[in-house]
Design a protein around this ligand. Structure first.
Ligand SMILES: Nc1ncnc2c1ncn2[C@@H]1O[C@H](COP(=O)(O)OP(=O)(O)OP(=O)(O)O)[C@@H](O)[C@H]1O
Length: 262
């Protein structure tokens, strides 16, 4: 369970550049709940994910994961519990290392300290099985340098690395935005499968309203650092892109071109 309670974050407070990114946001996600997050530019989506990941420390409020207060825990101390995939396919993997070396690093995350990063036969078999589930043929290319993979393949690998250690929270930051539509669909499908399979509590930021409606069990719209729409279950299933557009208008949110063009 992820609980975000009255979290605030202001950048450059008291200066002419002051920006309120989170204005007392509260949100609770049950175990296995998969929320898509939409909102106009500057709504606070990335800042929200950064505070959950521990990359940004909030000014006030609390973040708890399974009842543990992690508000002041730096990101490296949360890494075992938080998996993350970024927009840039280059961000989640080490290009000069092989597929199996990248997987070994991700696998060691959260395991007992001192566990060797080496790739044993058992581990290699496990990696092969996991890679097979991506249906990209990567299971036969364990020794290939990750830098040689396409953007879509790297993003699929990043997703696998972020999920197979079964983190308590999965954060997806526009992770399909840099891909062509076909690859984006593949990663969206793999995401839904991984979330379901590992029962991951997930926050997925997207500018694609159709994708936000299609995947996940809940949809959250942010505006000016707050949640302005929060729908789940049948309400989410029935909602349409025009419904979301009118919700944006009601909230007074100007939509950016990137969202409108999706
Ligand atoms: N590191 C930072 N330093 C200063 N201001 C920041 C920083 N990060 C975010 N902000 C500001 O905080 C506000 C919220 O930004 P954030 O990136 O969280 O929004 P977003 O909803 O993710 O937007 P986008 O869809 O454009 O990525 C914006 O006004 C932004 O300019």
């Amino acid at each position: 369970m992820l609980a975000i309670d009255s979290v605030t974050k202001t950048f450059f407070p008291g200066t002419p550049n002051e920006r309120v990114a989170l204005a007392g946001i509260s949100l609770r996600l049950a175990p296995g709940e998969f929320a898509t997050v939409i909102g106009s530019n500057g709504a606070g989506k990335s800042t929200l994910l950064n505070t959950v990941a521990g990359r940004i420390s909030p000014d006030s409020g609390t973040i708890t994961v399974d009842g543990d207060d992690v508000t002041r825990l730096p990101d490296h101390r949360r890494a075992a519990h938080v998996g993350r995939v970024f927009q840039d396919p280059l961000a989640g993997t080490a290009p000069d290392m092989t597929i199996e070396e990248n997987l070994a690093i991700a696998y060691a995350r959260g395991k007992t300290r001192g566990l060797r990063l080496g790739v044993t036969r058992t581990k290699r078999d496990f990696f092969r099985t996991e890679l097979t589930s991506l249906e990209l043929g990567l299971e036969n290319r364990l020794k290939m340098k990750v830098g040689l993979l396409s953007g879509g393949q790297r993003q699929a690998l990043s997703l696998l690395m972020a999920t197979f250690s079964e983190p308590k929270i999965l954060l997806l930051d526009e992770h399909t935005a840099a891909l062509d539509p076909q690859r984006a669909d593949l990663i969206t499908r793999l995401t839904a499968e991984a979330v379901e399979r590992h029962h991951l509590t997930t926050l997925m930021v997207t500018h694609n309203m159709d994708q936000a409606l299609r995947v996940g069990t809940r949809l959250i719209m942010m505006h000016e650092g707050r949640v302005v729409v929060d729908i789940s279950g049948e309400r989410k299933e029935r909602a349409t892109v025009p419904d979301l557009l009118s919700a944006f208008a009601q909230a007074g949110a100007g939509l950016d071109d990137r969202t409108l063009l999706q």
